[in-house]
Design a binder for this molecule. Structure first.
Ligand SMILES: [Zn+2]
Length: 176
């Protein structure tokens, strides 16, 4: 086994049912991913168990790498589609790669894949890990509850001007 091979996990991986105990590679994620999981959910329970077991490390990336990710995302026009957690996931992957690790981000999020590509960081879709669900994100206004499509181009609600949030709407089973 290659000791330097590491997997970085984003929110979609946990919500779609990724089980850290199913692979032998070292795994990393960021504090904001933990915050995006709903407390008490199956994904949150798996997350906690993997951290307590030492299988999953939660690490905040250095600012310089977050800045590099922001630049790449802005350049590609993907910055509206990335949450702060996504930015941190990308930044941590870039940081680990710079330190000599063989990094792969486990994600089904198209914007994360796109920015990872730009940064020269590898990614693997969740199907690689035997997950056959595709998660759907939706953006919504936390104040007036208006819903927006995941690819809505603006950061703020058109009705009341509040910063939009996002959540995972549902999972659909993919055909093999
Ligand atoms: Zn609103």
């Amino acid at each position: 086994m290659n000791e330097k091979r590491v997997i970085v996990l984003d929110t979609s991986a946990f919500v779609a049912g990724f089980d850290p105990f199913s692979i032998s590679e070292k795994q990393y994620t960021v504090p904001l991913v933990r915050d995006e999981l709903s407390k008490g959910s199956m994904s949150w329970i798996r997350f906690k168990a993997a951290v307590e077991n030492g299988l999953l490390k939660v690490k905040k990336p250095d600012k310089v790498f977050v800045e590099k990710v922001r630049e790449a995302a802005t350049f590609l026009g993907d910055s509206f589609f990335l949450s702060k957690a996504d930015m941190q996931v990308l930044a941590l992957a870039l940081q680990l790669k710079t330190r000599g690790c063989e990094v792969s981000i486990a994600t089904d999020d198209y914007s994360i894949q796109n920015v990872a590509n730009q940064l020269g960081v590898k990614f693997a879709s969740l199907a690689t890990f035997g997950i056959r669900f595709r998660s759907k994100w939706v953006r919504y206004c936390p104040a007036c509850h208006k819903k927006y499509p995941a690819d809505y181009k603006h950061e703020r609600c058109e009705v009341c001007g509040t910063m939009l949030k996002r959540k995972m709407l549902r999972k659909t089973t993919l055909k093999e």
